[in-house]
Design a protein. Structure first.
Length: 135
């Protein structure tokens, strides 16, 4: 916690976007995995954000990740009888992960993170310039 709440606001947003980037990376890494049962299939992850008062001031809101939820969508059932993980009917179960949607989410999270880095750097430059005014 700093004396300048802008650092807390930008820092909380950067932290939330980092979690978002990690969940997207996990989803993309597991997009092509399969399992022998629907329960064993990977479920895409998605962070849940909520606004949080900064330094006890309700007019200043940062962001907090409250949880990372599993996607409730059913896994994709594919007929692959020769696959070693296939069930008795010859089906394997793949996660319902849309790589294009995940890439869009990744670009959005990356740009949001980058924008908050710029806010952080601009606030730092202004604070340093203010401190140097007395010299």
């Amino acid at each position: 916690m700093s004396n300048l709440p802008i650092f807390d606001v930008a820092g909380s947003a950067m932290q939330a976007q980092a979690v978002r980037l990690n969940t997207v990376a996990s989803n993309l890494a597991n997009a092509n995995t399969v399992a022998g049962t629907p329960e064993g299939a990977y479920r895409a992850k998605q962070p849940v954000f909520r606004a949080e008062a900064v330094q006890g001031d309700p007019t200043l809101a940062g962001v907090q990740v409250t949880e990372v939820r599993d996607n409730a969508a059913a896994p994709v059932k594919r007929y692959e009888p020769g696959h070693p993980l296939a069930d008795a009917q010859g089906y394997v179960y793949a996660p319902d992960v849309d790589p294009v949607a995940q890439m869009v989410d990744m670009i959005s999270a990356s740009r949001s993170y980058q924008a908050n880095v710029e806010v952080f750097n601009s606030a730092k430059e202004l604070a340093v310039a203010t401190l140097n005014m007395g010299r």
